[in-house]
Design a protein around this ligand. Structure first.
Ligand code: E4P
Length: 233
């Protein structure tokens, strides 16, 4: 039976990463330029380097994905080499193709994995067929944006299931990351559909853990526990 990897955090928030890592439920972190901007990242490359190193240090030796910020192959290669020099557990996110399509990104993915010994997470994918090609090109991780698939009116679970069976049929070792979480239910429904990893916004983990009826039950236990000891020294 294929072992699942588990939950990644899709955030650059150090406090959230620390919080969930300290209870042992995080298996990695993913970021992208939008996440860094939303997290208030400013200060140029030096600040980005320090922040990514801080994430990598908290979760070491678990992996963290950092995404390239440009679309020119030479510059993407330079950024990839720079990112992996920051920490041994950093891998590089490369979008499946550029803003107008094209094969160049996948060529770079292939070369990073094969010639440069750099682990790649191919990102921004909306279909099992894109992920299959990325896996065939040698990507270590293939990231399917399940929430965006649902937003387009398709059922992301079917796409995950199809991808799982394709990777198994071809015996491809790429790990399936499903991200773009929108609802708490996404986390287990994507695991059930065959994801190795679900990368989630931290707030959904809070929602997954805390249940109003559990609160009420614990309140009752505590109140009755206090009654048991009432009057004793
Ligand atoms: C995955 O690695 C991406 O960072 C991500 O989940 C994007 O999600 P979004 O659709 O919320 O931007």
């Amino acid at each position: 039976m294929r072992p699942l990897v588990g939950v990644f955090l899709d955030t650059s928030d150090l406090a959230e990463i620390q919080k969930f890592h300290s209870i042992g439920i995080v298996r990695g972190v993913t970021t992208n330029p939008t996440i860094l901007v939303k997290g208030g990242m400013t200060g140029g490359w030096k600040a980005i380097e320090q922040h990514c190193q801080a994430i990598a240090k908290i979760i070491h030796p678990l992996p963290v994905s950092i995404e390239v910020t440009v679309n020119q192959p030479q510059e993407m290669l330079r950024q990839a080499q720079l990112f992996v020099s920051w920490a041994s557990n950093i891998n590089v996110k490369i979008p499946i193709h550029g803003p107008q399509g094209g094969l160049e990104n996948l060529r770079l993915v292939h070369s990073l994995e094969r010639d440069h010994d750099i682990r790649v997470n191919v990102t921004a994918m909306m279909s099992a067929q894109q992920c299959l090609l990325a896996a065939m090109a040698g990507a270590t991780y293939v990231s399917l944006f399940g929430g965006r698939v649902n937003n387009m009116g398709y059922d992301s679970r079917l796409e995950v299931r199809r991808l799982r069976s394709l990777l198994d049929m071809f015996q491809l070792s790429a790990k399936i990351i499903v991200g773009s979480t929108r609802e708490i239910l996404n986390i287990i429904e994507w695991f059930e559909a065959g994801a190795d990893i679900v990368t989630t916004a931290p707030s959904l983990l809070d929602g997954m853990l805390i249940h109003p009826y559990s609160k009420e039950t614990v309140q009752q236990f505590l109140a009755d526990g206090a009654r048991l000891h009432a009057g004793s020294a």
